[in-house]
Design a protein around this ligand. Structure first.
Ligand code: UDP
Length: 313
C-alpha cells in the first residue's frame, strides 16, 4: 500500500488509474485543474476515505502535505483539437508541470512516473516502433507543442534521475480509448462513436488508410501499474499491437453501434502520422505485461458508456 499523487486524475485515463489504485488499497491524492478533466469522472470517489481531490494547476508550484511514495504525472490535454485550442497550456504542463512534479518527487523521496506518449516518435519511419527509435518529429508544427513537451518531459526525468538519483518510470502510450472520453474530445474513437450513435456521418480524415493501434483503457492502466511496481527506469511502450486503418475502425464502430451512418471524407490534418504501432518486446520482457482487450470488445464497452453519457438509453 502506498500514497500516490495522480496529476490529471480527473481526466479520462487518470480517473481510471485512481479507481484502480484505490481498489488495490493505495491512498490517492488527485490533482487536476479541470481544463479537460471532469469532476463527473471522479465524483463516485468523493467521500472515499483514501481519496483526496485538489483542484490545482500543476504548472504552478505544487505541494502535497504528508508522505508521498509516487507521483504519476498524467496531466495534459491529449487531443489534436486541444493542440490547436490551448497549445501554450499544453507546453506549460509538459515542461513546468513536469518540473514541479519532479521537484515534489525529490522533496518526498518519491518515484516519478511520467505518462509520455508514442507521439515522441512523430510520423515514424521505423515500424513498429521500439523504444530505441528516436522519432521523426516536426519541432514547430501543429502537433509540436504536445510532442516536444513530452520529449522535454522525458529528458527532464532522465536529468533528475542522473543528477539526483530520482527513481523514474516513463510510459509511452499508444492511442488509449474507453469510457469517460469526452464526447467533444475530438479524437477518432470518441468522434466515430458519437457520430454513429447520433446517425451522423463518420468524419474520416484523409483517405482513411492511415493506421493506429488502439489500447483499451483497462489494459493501459494495468500496464502502467506493472511498470510502476517494477524497478525499470527506461521508457516502455504500453499499447496494443493490433493495427487498424481509420476505415477499419469506422467499420468496427458501425458494427458495434448497429448504425447506418455513412462515411464522409475530410482533409488530413498537417503532420498527421501515417502509421503507428508499438513494439512490445520491452513490456513483455520487463513487466510480463501484454494487453488482452480486442478492439471489437473495447469499442462495444465504450459504446455502452456513450449511450449513457448522451442519454440515449
Ligand atoms: N481522425 C479521423 N476522424 C476524426 C478524428 C481523427 O479520421 O474525426 C484520424 C486522424 O486524422 C488520425 C487518426 O484518426 O489519423 C487518429 O486521430 P486521433 O486524434 O484520435 O489521435 P492521434 O492522431 O493523436 O493518434
Amino acid at each position: 500500500m502506498a500514497r500516490i499523487v495522480v496529476t490529471g486524475g480527473a481526466g479520462f485515463l487518470g480517473s481510471h488509474l485512481c479507481d484502480r489504485l484505490l481498489q488495490r488499497g493505495d491512498d490517492v491524492v488527485c490533482l487536476d485543474n479541470l481544463v479537460t478533466g471532469r469532476t463527473s469522472n471522479i465524483e463516485h470517489l468523493f467521500g472515499h476515505e483514501r481519496f483526496r481531490f485538489v483542484e490545482q494547476d500543476v504548472s504552478d508550484f505544487i505541494w502535497v502535505p504528508g508522505p508521498v511514495d509516487a507521483i504519476m504525472h498524467l496531466a495534459s490535454p491529449a487531443s489534436p483539437v486541444d493542440f490547436a485550442r490551448i497549445p501554450i497550456q499544453i507546453m506549460k504542463v509538459g515542461s513546468l508541470g513536469t518540473h514541479n512534479c519532479l521537484g515534489l518527487a525529490r522533496a518526498k523521496g518519491a518515484t516519478f512516473h511520467l505518462n509520455s506518449t508514442s507521439e515522441v516518435y512523430g510520423d515514424p519511419l521505423v515500424h513498429p516502433q521500439p523504444e530505441s527509435y528516436w522519432g521523426n518529429v516536426n519541432p514547430n508544427g501543429p502537433r509540436s507543442m504536445y510532442d516536444e513537451a513530452k520529449r522535454f518531459s522525458e529528458a527532464l526525468a532522465m536529468a533528475y534521475h542522473r543528477t539526483h538519483d530520482i527513481d523514474i518510470r516513463i510510459v509511452r502510450t499508444f492511442n488509449t480509448y474507453g469510457p469517460r472520453m469526452r464526447p467533444e474530445d475530438g479524437r477518432v474513437v470518441s468522434n466515430f462513436i458519437v457520430q454513429a450513435l447520433q446517425g451522423e456521418p463518420l468524419t474520416v480524415y484523409g483517405d482513411g488508410s492511415q493506421t493506429r493501434s488502439f489500447c483499451y483503457v483497462d489494459d493501459q492502466v494495468e500496464g502502467q501499474l506493472a511498470l510502476l511496481d517494477s524497478g525499470y527506469q527506461q521508457p516502455v511502450n504500453i499499447g496494443n499491437p493490433n493495427e487498424f486503418t481509420m476505415l477499419e475502425l469506422a467499420e468496427t464502430v458501425l458494427r458495434a453501434t448497429n448504425s447506418s451512418s455513412q462515411v464522409e471524407f475530410f482533409p488530413l490534418p498537417a503532420d498527421d502520422p501515417t502509421q503507428r504501432r508499438p513494439d512490445l518486446t520491452v513490456a513483455k520482457r520487463e513487466l510480463g505485461w501484454e494487453p488482452s482487450v480486442e478492439l471489437d470488445e473495447g469499442v462495444r464497452r465504450t459504446v455502452a458508456h456513450f449511450i449513457g453519457e448522451l442519454g440515449l438509453e
